[in-house]
Design a protein around this ligand. Structure first.
Ligand code: NYM
Ligand code: MG
Length: 212
């Protein structure tokens, strides 16, 4: 049995990631695939609750401290994610280490320093980057509710995402309709899953996030 595929959706705030993640999970399930949704930050854990307090402005933290908490929030999920992938379950993931680096570096932290705590996490097999101009994001409902949802910072984050673009990235124009985006994402994800199933070898996990 082939291992599950790690499919990530990344992007700036209000790009439509959560909607697309939910639609992708539902469509893959309907086709009979074992698939689960993961989300970062995962706000339900103890670390996640600290992150939530920071994002909702209930708590102040140094930039370095919150950066490390976001990373720890991924590491605390890692064993469970690896187990799922090895069991053949596909994971659809809403944000990951690219968000971690892009948001912290946008605040002025050193890029290499930002990557280091996430080094060695499982790397996604496929990353969709939902690209949306900041001027469009601002018009969408809810923008500005949380920390980081400010025009100037989002511009920097978007620029950094483009700099971080990895070889497994697929760019998606997030100005397209929800349905059009879904169709593109589903087709590409199915190709990736089927390509994996045709491999003679089931494939090892890619445990080399940010390791060149
Ligand atoms: N964010 C998210 C970070 O700053 N670092 C991270 O590692 C991750 C995963 O949290 N503005 C930021 C990006 C978002 C915010 O994410 C909350 P969401 O997807 O809106 O819950
Ligand atoms: Mg958000």
């Amino acid at each position: 049995m082939a291992r599950g595929r790690f499919i990530l959706l990344e992007g700036c705030d209000r790009a439509g990631k959560s909607t697309q993640c939910a639609m992708l999970v539902a469509a893959l399930k309907e086709k009979g695939y074992a698939v689960e949704l993961c989300k970062f930050p995962e706000r339900t854990t103890t670390i996640g609750q600290m992150i939530n307090a920071y994002l909702t402005n209930a708590k102040e933290l140094d930039d370095q401290a919150i950066h490390l908490l976001f990373s720890a929030n991924r590491w605390e999920a890692m064993q469970a994610m690896k187990n799922k992938l090895r069991e053949g379950v596909h994971l659809v993931v809403d944000r990951y280490a690219y968000s971690g680096v892009a948001f912290s570096a946008a605040k002025g932290l050193d890029l290499t320093w930002c990557k280091n705590p996430d080094r060695g996490l499982v790397r996604p097999d496929l990353t969709f980057f939902l690209d949306l101009p900041t001027s469009e994001a601002e018009k969408r409902g809810g923008f500005g509710e949380e920390r980081y949802e400010k025009r100037e910072l989002q511009e920097k984050v978007r620029h950094l995402f483009h700099e971080l673009k990895g070889k497994e990235w697929v760019m998606v124009d997030a100005r397209s309709s929800v349905q059009a985006m879904h169709e593109t994402i589903l087709k590409t994800a199915l190709d990736k899953i089927q390509e994996a199933q045709n491999e003679a070898q089931s494939g090892e996990l890619l445990e080399d996030m940010f390791i060149e």
